[in-house]
Structures are given as structure tokens and as C-alpha cells.
Write a protein that binds this ligand. Structure first.
Ligand code: HEM
Length: 178
């Protein structure tokens, strides 16, 4: 997983939960990176899981809750990047472009990147399914990113989740816009 994500996650945790929590979690976890990340380098995704577990223990927030809240934050970080395809009318148009647009580009630039397999199916103008599949099991992060996307486009969309695999590795989200 890219240092970019770790740096952004630590920024989120410092801002939302406080420096003391983050400093203590980093010290406690004895991470291989020692909590120092450079943007373009790859680090073990396990470090994120370890950090999340320790932050959850310290704060009482579940890891699922932390990942979803972080997903909302990460969406803002991602849309503020100077992306080539930044013109979208609505969230569904944006989501349909993630796999073959944004993530494809990341794969080409960084062949080692850890990216999920995403598949969208449009069921009507206000209904869509969005499938997430990844051995990293970060379906909660994906759900937070979806929430961030709907907040960004100022749309009311209900999200329900159908589990297709163990440990958040394969999930189909049913999205209904009102
Ligand atoms: C709502 C839309 C999006 C969803 C649901 C989504 C989902 C995810 C998830 C869940 C991961 C974690 C890796 C995994 O689970 O296997 C990830 C990684 C990543 N995504 Fe997305 N993503 C979205 C939009 C974007 C956009 C717009 C960009 C912009 C370029 C982007 C760039 C990345 C990058 C750089 C990584 C990390 C790759 C690595 O660390 O190796 N994503 N994405």
C-alpha cells in the first residue's frame, strides 16, 4: 500500500483523534516503517490493519467505524488531486469511471499498487450496484469512500451491503438515490 495512503491516514487520525493517540499507537505497534512513510513507496497493508487495531483499542471506536470515517476523508483528498478526468455531473458517473479511469491509471503508473477490483452495474437512473473485491478486505474503507462521494456531489443515496465473501473481501453495495 502506498505511503501516500498511510500519510493521509495519519493526518486524518492526528486531526480527528489527536496527536497523542497517533504517537502512542505508532510507538505501541512497533511498525517496520516506524510510522515514517514516503509518498511513492509501498508498505505492507498489514501496517494499516495493525495501526487501526491499536487506535480502535485506545479510542473505543470500532475499526469498521474508523475505516468508514477515514474513507470519507480520503475521498476529499483524492478529488482534490489534480486529476485529468475531474468533470463529472453526478456521483454515479464518477463511480462508473473509477475502475477503468482512476484506478487503471494508478495501476499503469505504479504496477505494485494494491487496488481492489470494482464493478458497477447501472440498474436505472437512480439505482446502481457497486461491487468491491480485494484480498485486503477493506470493504469498510470502500463504503466510506462511497459516503464521501455522495457528500461531495450533495446527493442522498442509501447504501446497503450484501456480503459475498469473508472478512470484507467481497461485497456488493446496493445504491439507491432519492
Ligand atoms: C468512490 C470511489 C473509490 C472507491 C470505492 C475506491 C476504493 C479503493 C479501496 C477500497 C482501496 C484500498 C485497496 C483495496 O481495498 O484493495 C483503494 C486504493 C487506492 N485508490 Fe481508490 N477508490 C475510489 C476512488 C479513487 C480515486 C478517485 C482515486 C484517484 C486517483 C483512487 C486512487 C487510489 C489509490 C492511489 C489507492 C492506493 C493504492 C496503493 O496504496 O497501493 N481511488 N481504492
Amino acid at each position: 500500500m502506498q505511503g501516500f495512503i498511510f500519510k493521509d491516514f495519519l493526518e486524518f487520525a492526528n486531526k480527528r483523534l489527536g496527536n497523542a493517540v497517533v504517537d502512542q499507537a505508532v510507538a505501541q505497534c512497533q511498525l517496520q516503517s516506524r510510522g515514517v512513510y514516503s509518498t511513492r513507496q509501498q508498505y505492507s497493508p498489514q501496517e494499516l490493519v495493525t495501526l487501526l487495531g491499536e487506535i480502535s483499542r485506545q479510542t473505543g471506536h470500532s475499526t469498521s467505524e474508523l475505516l468508514q470515517t477515514y474513507g470519507q476523508w480520503l475521498f476529499k483528498t483524492l478529488v482534490n488531486l489534480p486529476l485529468p478526468q475531474s468533470e463529472f455531473d453526478d456521483s454515479f458517473g464518477f463511480l462508473a469511471a473509477v475502475e477503468e479511469g482512476f484506478h487503471k491509471e494508478i495501476r499503469e503508473l505504479f504496477p505494485q499498487a494494491n487496488l481492489p477490483r470494482l464493478h458497477c452495474e447501472r440498474l436505472g437512473p437512480h439505482e446502481m450496484t457497486f461491487e468491491y473485491q480485494s484480498p485486503l478486505g477493506l470493504a469498510d474503507l470502500a463504503e466510506g469512500l462511497l459516503q464521501g462521494c455522495f457528500l461531495h456531489f450533495e446527493e442522498q443515496v442509501s447504501i446497503s451491503r450484501e456480503s459475498l465473501g469473508a472478512g470484507g473481501t467481497h461485497v456488493r453495495f446496493h445504491l439507491k438515490r432519492s
